[in-house]
Ligand binder design. Structure first.
Ligand code: ZN
Length: 190
C-alpha cells in the first residue's frame, strides 16, 4: 500500500500540498487518477494489483461511470479477461449507450477511479440492477470515503486516503501562510 501511494505520487495522481479545489474549498491533498492512465503500462500494472483482490470471484463484465471509470473499467476487464462497458449520463441519468447491453443475471463489477461518497457508483449499481444484471461488487483505485461499509456489496480498493477539506476561513494551511495552488491552472503554465 505504501509502495502504491508512492507510485501514485510519482505519476502525479496524488499530490500533497495546499490546493484550491474547483468547489472553492481548500485541501492538503489533490487526487487526479487520469494521471495514471497517461502511462498505459503503469496503469496496467496498477489495475492488475486491484484485479488480484477479486481472485475467485466470477465476473462477466466490468462497468464504470464515464469519464473517470472508463479507463479503469477497460484495464480491469483486460486483467480479468472479460468484457468492459461504461455508463454515461444522458439528461443527468446514467444510462448505457453505444449499443452496450447487459444480459439478465449477468455478473457485473462496478469500477471507479476514486470513491468519495460513492454517488456515481451507486447510480451505476442501480442501472445494472434495473437491467436485471447482478452487481457482485465495487472496485476503486482510490478510496477516500469517510464512512464504513459505504456499499451494501463487497468493496475492493487499492489505496485508502484520508484527506482534509477545509473552508477557506478554517484552512490551517492558509493560517500558517502557505500559498495555495489551483491544480490544473498551474499545470498549464508549465
Ligand atoms: Zn487554504
Amino acid at each position: 500500500m505504501d509502495y502504491l501511494i508512492e507510485k501514485f505520487a510519482q505519476l502525479g495522481a496524488i499530490k500533497k500540498g495546499h490546493f484550491l479545489l474547483s468547489s472553492g474549498k481548500h485541501s492538503d491533498t489533490y487526487i487526479q487518477c487520469a494521471k495514471i492512465f497517461e502511462y498505459p503500462l503503469e496503469a496496467q500494472n496498477i489495475v492488475n494489483i486491484l484485479a488480484q483482490k477479486l481472485y475467485g470471484q466470477k465476473v462477466d463484465t466490468v462497468i464504470g461511470p464515464a469519464i473517470g471509470g472508463i479507463t479503469v473499467a477497460y484495464e480491469m476487464a483486460r486483467a480479468l479477461g472479460v468484457r468492459a462497458i461504461f455508463a454515461e449520463r444522458e439528461k443527468g441519468i446514467f444510462t448505457l449507450r453505444r449499443g452496450f447491453e447487459i444480459k439478465e443475471k449477468e455478473k457485473l463489477l462496478v469500477v471507479e477511479d476514486v470513491i468519495t461518497t460513492g454517488g456515481s457508483a451507486r447510480e451505476v449499481i442501480d442501472l445494472v440492477r434495473n437491467l436485471n444484471g447482478e452487481v457482485i461488487g465495487v472496485a476503486s483505485l482510490v478510496d477516500r470515503s469517510k464512512e464504513k461499509d459505504i456499499f451494501d456489496l463487497p468493496f475492493y480498493s487499492l489505496v485508502k486516503i484520508d484527506l482534509e477539506i477545509y473552508e477557506e476561513e478554517d484552512c490551517p494551511l492558509c493560517k500558517i501562510g502557505i500559498p495555495y495552488v489551483k491544480p490544473g491552472s498551474r499545470e498549464l503554465k508549465k
